[in-house]
Design a protein around this ligand. Structure first.
Ligand SMILES: NC(=O)c1ccc[n+]([C@@H]2O[C@H](COP(=O)([O-])OP(=O)(O)OC[C@H]3O[C@@H](n4cnc5c(N)ncnc54)[C@H](O)[C@@H]3O)[C@@H](O)[C@H]2O)c1
Ligand SMILES: [Zn+2]
Length: 347
């Protein structure tokens, strides 16, 4: 079993091994004192993996209850959060008990936020089941729910007690959801690790399973390094936003219907690279995203995307931060005023 230690305000380990969900109870029993656990999941993941988790927890003496909500981003809402709080109350979950997030980023984000706020904070554990959740959302302690006026607008930093990553569970993901996660893996290669990029670029969606363990381990290590240096996202962590400034604008322009997050980020990475980097870097990036069925351009008018970039609710006053990878594996942060960003993009 591989173990990655994350040294943030509270430190924790990420355990990585194929088939690990079957033994999750053994790991968790060594980490928490309580023997009472509440599992939060969505209806798809619940059917696929809950029984395995429950069996392993019960074998280790845990009493387990579960709350399941409908899969999808629409559930990352204040209404679902309220239902989770009610469920935790009804099951007498106390501050010394523990919650498990079993699922993709939606389950992880809302469960993490419930754990950060219920009784002013209780322990939680992540068992991420999408590629995106394993290499991105379960690492770093950002938790959130969406509001009707925007995504991830209410949240907290809350580090889990541990993360349990089993790449076997990725075998049930659809191609589209796998591609979505691959966009983030390509991002890690671009910003920090030319070797990882080459490994990914020398494969494609159809045979990525051969290298998925390496991708998961290397991607998590990169995210760990970045969040350890900047847990609360005031500096270096911004490099994780490579492709996201424009990517978020693309998702929003199409009302979150046409492009998945990963597709929008793939386009965003290609657009920013086209403006600020040499053609050979752009060509390699385009070939790579295409190998994972991800798009490299879209028809949204640039002027509209720029308006959406300028309206981003999490932007810092009049400034925009964008990330460039002039060389594969090396990222730089550029803080410019909006008008300068517009000039750069329209050039
Ligand atoms: N906290 C962070 O740092 C962070 C970072 C990136 C993204 N996010 C958030 O993550 C969310 C997206 O996460 P996601 O892409 O995992 O989406 P998701 O959680 O909606 O999962 C996608 C779909 O895959 C299904 N699924 C999950 N695991 C499965 C499996 N093993 N087999 C078959 N189906 C499975 C889910 O039921 C769902 O239908 C967004 O809300 C985003 O804001 C958070
Ligand atoms: Zn992303």
């Amino acid at each position: 079993m591989k173990k990655i230690k994350v040294r943030t305000s509270t430190s924790y380990d990420i355990y990585i091994e194929r088939g690990l969900t079957k033994n999750c109870g053994d790991i968790i029993a060594n980490i928490v004192k309580t023997r009472k656990i509440a599992v939060i999941s969505d209806n798809i993941v619940d059917k696929l993996y809950y029984d395995t988790i429950e069996t392993s927890l019960q074998k280790n003496g845990f009493t387990v209850s579960k709350f399941v909500f409908p899969a999808g981003e629409a559930s990352k809402s204040i209404e679902t959060l309220n239902q989770i709080y009610t469920f935790l109350c009804e099951n007498n979950i106390t501050r010394s008990d523990c919650i498990i997030a079993l699922g993709g980023g939606v389950v992880g984000d809302i469960t993490g936020f419930a754990a950060a706020t219920f009784l002013r904070g209780i322990d939680y554990i992540q068992i991420p089941t999408t590629l995106l959740a394993q290499i991105d959302s379960s690492v770093g302690g950002k938790t959130a729910i969406d509001l009707p006026c925007g995504k991830n607008l209410v949240g907290a930093f809350k580090q889990p007690k541990c993360v349990i990553c089993d790449s076997n569970v990725l075998s049930t993901l659809s191609d589209e959801i796998m591609s979505d996660g691959m966009a983030e893996a390509i991002k890690y290669g671009m910003i920090r690790d030319a070797e990882l990029f080459e490994l990914i670029a020398s494969h494609k969606l159809e045979n990525v399973n051969e290298i998925i363990d390496d991708i998961v381990y290397k991607s998590i290590s990169i995210k760990r390094d970045v969040v350890e240096n900047d847990e609360f996202d005031t500096g270096e962590r911004m490099i994780l936003n490579f492709g996201h400034t424009i990517g978020h604008a693309i998702e929003s322009y199409y009302n979150y219907q046409t492009y998945t997050h990963g597709s929008a980020v793939a386009i965003g990475m290609c657009m920013i690279t086209e403006k600020g980097c040499e053609k050979n870097v752009l060509d390699k990036l385009i070939n790579c995203v295409n190998a994972y069925n991800l798009p490299h351009y879209c028809n949204a008018p640039i002027s509209e995307l720029l308006k959406l970039c300028a309206n981003d609710k999490k932007r810092e006053s009049n400034y925009i931060n964008y990330i460039l990878c002039k060389k594969i594996g090396q990222a730089s942060i550029h803080k410019v005023c909006i008008t300068e960003f517009e000039k750069f993009i329209l050039n």
